[in-house]
Design a protein around this ligand. Sequence first.
Ligand SMILES: Cc1cc2nc3c(=O)[nH]c(=O)nc-3n(C[C@H](O)[C@H](O)[C@H](O)COP(=O)(O)OP(=O)(O)OC[C@H]3O[C@@H](n4cnc5c(N)ncnc54)[C@H](O)[C@@H]3O)c2cc1C
Length: 499
Amino acid sequence: MGKNRTAVIIGAGIGGITTAVYLAKKGYSVSIYEKNSSPGGRCGQLIHEGHRFDLGATMLMMPGIYHEVFDSLGIELKEGSDIIRLRDLYTIFFDDCSHLVFSSDRERMKQQLENIEPGSFEKSEEYISKGYRIFRLSIDKLIGRNFYNLFQMVNLKNVPLLFRIKAFTSHYNFARRFFKHPHLLMAYTFQNIYVGQSAFDAPALFSMVPAAELSEGSFFPSGGGMFRIVEKMLNAAEKEGVQFNYSAPVKQVIITGKKAEGIILEDGTRIKSDIIVANADLPYVYRNLLPDKKKSIHLDKLKYSCSAICFHWGLDKVYPQLDHHNVFLTDGFREGLDRIFRNKSVSENPCFYVHAPVRSDREAAPANNDTISVAVATGHIDKNYKQDWDKIIERTRRAVIDRLKRQGLEDIEHHIKFEICHSPEDWENACNISRGSVFGSLGHNIFQMGYFRPHNRHDKYKNLYFTGGSTHPGNGIPNVLLSAKLVSERIFKETIAEE
Ligand SMILES: Cc1cc2nc3c(=O)[nH]c(=O)nc-3n(C[C@H](O)[C@H](O)[C@H](O)COP(=O)(O)OP(=O)(O)OC[C@H]3O[C@@H](n4cnc5c(N)ncnc54)[C@H](O)[C@@H]3O)c2cc1C
C-alpha cells in the first residue's frame, strides 16, 4: 500500500516513533527529524553520575493498551520479563503523615480503607467497577477510534452515552457519592493531574484512571524504566529501516496550494515527502511551522493543561520510607488546584509526586545511592499571569524538602549530591510544548476530546497528519500509543481511497 511512498515525521517522541513503525511496516520509506540529540521527548531519559532518571513518564498503567499496540506491530512485550507488575501502585502520604497504599491486593485495601472510613471498602469496589466500565466504554466509543465527521460523535445515539461515561459531572462531585473522608476524596481523584487538569473541573469520565490502575495494576519496564518502552519502539523502527535524524529541528512545513510538499530544516535543508506526520506539539506546529495563522488564533483560545516543575536528585543515601511511586497530598487540596489552574502558579504547600525507582531497579543508582525525581504540578506559562519562576522553584523546593523531612527523611538535604531542575520554561524550550503545558498540551474537557480535539489530519492540507498527546485521543503514553495507531489507520484508509 505504501510501496514507494515517503513519509517524514517531525519529532521522535513515543508518538512519532510508534507511527513510524506502523508506516514502515506498510512499506513507507520513513525518516524522522528530531530537534534534540536523543529520542523520547517527554518520555526521555537522563543518566548522570550513574543515576538514571525518567524525565517525564514514570508509570506504566493501562497495560492492555500497550499490549494492543505492541501486538499489532509484532513487538514482544512480555509480562514478567519486559514489564514487571508492581505489588503496590503507589503510597499516598497525607499532611498528618498517615498513609494509604493503593494496592491491587483487595484484603490490604479493605483493612486500610475501613480504618479511614467504615464502609468505604465496599464503596471503593463500587467506584472502581463503575470507573472501569466507563474506561471500557470510552476505549470503544471515544478514545480508541477515529472520528471522521462531527455526526459520528454528536448524534442521538450518543447522547445517553455521554451521560453514561459521566461527561457532564465533575470528578470530585462524583467521588462524593462514594466517600466522605477528605483523604479518600483526594486519593480517588488526584489522578486528574495525569492529564493536567483539576478534579473539580474535570469530568467524572476520569474516574476511569484510578479504576484502570486498581483493576489492571501498574507495571515497571525492567532494566531501564519507561525509556525501555521508547527503546523497544526504536529497535522495531530501525529494523523496519526507519531513518533517524537527531539535532535536526524542523523550521517549516512547505505548503503548495492544498498540499504539504515537505519540510525545511533550521539549516535550510529541504526534504520532499508524500506525507508528513507532525509529532511535535500541535498548537506549536500550527503557530510556528505552518503559514495559515487563523487556526492558530483559534487554538490559542482553547484550554491548556497545567505544567510541572521537576527536580531530579542523585542522593548518596537510600530512604526506605519511600515506595517506588509516592504521592504527597496536602490538606489544602482544592486551594492548591485553584492556585495551579486559576492563578497559573503553585501553592506554598503543594501536592507532589516522588519517583524512587531503585526500589524496583537496583541499577537506577550506584550502590547504596538513591535516584529520586520529584514532580510538582504548576500553572502553565501565561502572558496574563507573569511568574517569577526562579522564586517559585526556590519556594517549591523548600516546601518539598520540609514535607519529606516531616515524613522521616530528616537529613535529605545533606545527601543531595546533585540536582537537575526542569521548569515550565525548560519544558517549553526542550520539546516545543506550548506554554510548557506538558500534560496535553491542550486540556481534556469533553469539548476538547473526540471529534472536538484538534484532528489528527489537517483540515486543508490533506497529506499533513498529527500524532501524539496534543491530538486525538490525548495525553499519557497509552493515549499516545493509540494516537499513533489511529493516525496510521487513517493514513492507510485515505491512501487506499486515493489509489
Ligand atoms: C512530568 C511528567 C510526568 C509524566 N508521567 C507520565 C506517566 O507516569 N505515565 C504516562 O503514561 N505518561 C506520563 N506523562 C505523559 C507522557 O510523557 C507524554 O504523554 C508522552 O511522552 C508524550 O509523547 P508525544 O510523542 O506525544 O510527545 P513528545 O514526547 O513531546 O514528543 C514530541 C517530540 O517532537 C520534538 N520536536 C518538537 N518540535 C520539533 C521541531 N520543530 N523539529 C523537530 N522535532 C521537534 C520534541 O523535541 C519531542 O522529542 C508524563 C509527562 C510529564 C511531563
